[in-house]
Design a protein around this ligand. Structure first.
Ligand code: PLP
Length: 400
């Protein structure tokens, strides 16, 4: 009889992956489904990046690389940190993994022991608490209110820290809320963290370049250099360079932590794909001007979808500063009845109702630790967003 490991009992399958499966199943049955589920840019990987991968294959760069990443990529990453963030990381303070997800996994597996606590502001990216649980740690979820822009309140952070706290995970701009922290907001969190010298900070900056309306991105180790010695600054090429499938993420941090993460990675994937690493060098060191075009498209879509959602009676959506998600409250609609008689009691019921009745795929907020909300990805063509909003409006109006 098959028996899974005890640790598997602690985690749930990724709800976004499960929902993507449901949407695909309906589409395979011939249903017209508009999917706003996926967390990836709808733009193709730029051509110069693809060319760099092809050239790497032709040069025979098809072998194992150093576990931490090729010297060329670590140099390119060091250059990026210096140029864009004012952070100075030597190549031996950098690790490359198979996606930002593996970087988070490496960091938590390398540092957590049973019972160690990790402070995670909610709404959060679905994988943070699950990876903490896999690593035998304890997620300490701190709710962040929509009234506070879904941002962690410094006092709430202070109150959540105990003797067992090992990490705080920050994610700005955030998946799922799109909320981003200004320089001053991060400085206020940094002041709290300065009073708790045992707490490390994992900052997930993967949506760094996707900010709108003149918002200026900041990262905590640059704002408070005294935190650098206990900060892991994580980033990746998936979102900015439309390279989700290439699986390259990276981080800069203190050498002992990087060494420990490398030890974990050396017994799992060894190194990130050699060809993808060559492509990532081209991404970081090549032309950056196409990013502005993508950002302009995302900003236009953000404005469109947020206005559309706010025009639906019962939905209310704040304007996110970044990423490519809208995260409206659907609380006012909960407790109503669908035309087929079923009760829409929770955000999950609401998301399933919209999938069944309107053919719109999106994710319920409780998957991100924030009930009463839904997440819609606007990394989709404008025309599709318009149709989705129209269908959502009709489905919401049909609730009694
Ligand atoms: N962090 C956040 C907040 C994300 O939304 C994602 C992807 O959805 C990742 C990390 C992981 O990205 P990747 O593993 O493709 O680098």
């Amino acid at each position: 009889m098959f028996q899974s490991a005890e640790r598997l009992g602690r985690v749930k399958a990724s709800p976004t992956v499960v929902l993507n499966g449901k949407v695909a199943e309906l589409a395979a049955q011939g249903r017209d489904v508009l999917s706003l589920v996926a967390g990836e840019p709808d733009f193709d990987t730029p051509d110069h990046i693809k060319q760099a991968a092809k050239a790497a294959i032709d040069r025979g760069e098809t072998k194992y690389t150093a576990v931490d990443g090729t010297p060329a990529l670590r140099k390119a990453i060091a250059g990026k940190f210096e140029r864009e963030n004012g952070l100075s990381y030597a190549p031996h303070e950098i690790i490359v993994g198979s996606g930002g997800k593996q970087i988070v996994y490496n960091a938590l597996m390398a540092t957590l022991s049973a019972g160690d606590e990790v402070v995670i502001p909610a709404p959060y990216w679905v994988s943070y608490p699950e990876i903490v649980l896999l690593a035998e740690g304890t997620p300490v979820i701190v709710p962040c209110l929509a009234e506070n822009g879904f941002r962690l309140d410094p006092q709430a952070l202070d109150a959540a820290i105990t003797d067992r706290t090992r990490w705080l995970i920050l994610n700005s701009p955030s998946n799922p809320s799109g909320a981003a922290y200004s320089h001053d907001e991060l400085a206020a969190l940094a002041a709290v963290l300065m009073r708790h010298p045992k707490v490390w900070i994992l900052t997930d900056d993967i949506y760094e370049h996707l900010t709108y309306g003149g918002f200026r991105f900041s990262t905590i180790a640059a704002i408070e250099p005294r935190l650098r010695e206990r900060t892991l600054t994580m980033n990746g090429v998936s979102k900015t360079y439309c390279m989700t499938g290439w699986r390259i993420g990276y981080a800069g941090g203190p050498k002992p932590l990087i060494r420990a993460m490398s030890a974990i990675q050396s017994h799992s994937t060894t190194n990130a794909c050699s060809i993808s690493q060559a492509a990532a060098v081209a991404a970081l060191e090549g032309p950056q001007d196409f990013i502005a075009g993508h950002v302009a498209a995302f900003e236009r879509r953000r404005d469109r979808i947020v206005a559309g959602l706010n025009a639906v009676e019962g939905l209310s959506c704040r304007v996110p500063e970044g990423a490519f998600y809208a995260f409206p409250s659907c609380e006012a609609l909960l407790g109503r009845q669908a035309p087929d008689g079923r009760l829409v009691a929770t955000d999950e019921d609401f998301a399933l109702y919209l999938l069944d009745a309107a053919g719109v795929g999106l994710v319920h907020g409780s998957a991100f630790g924030c009930p009463g909300h839904i997440r819609l990805s606007y990394a989709a063509p404008d025309e599709m967003l318009d149709r989705a909003i129209e269908r959502i409006g009709t489905a919401c109006a049909a609730l009694q």
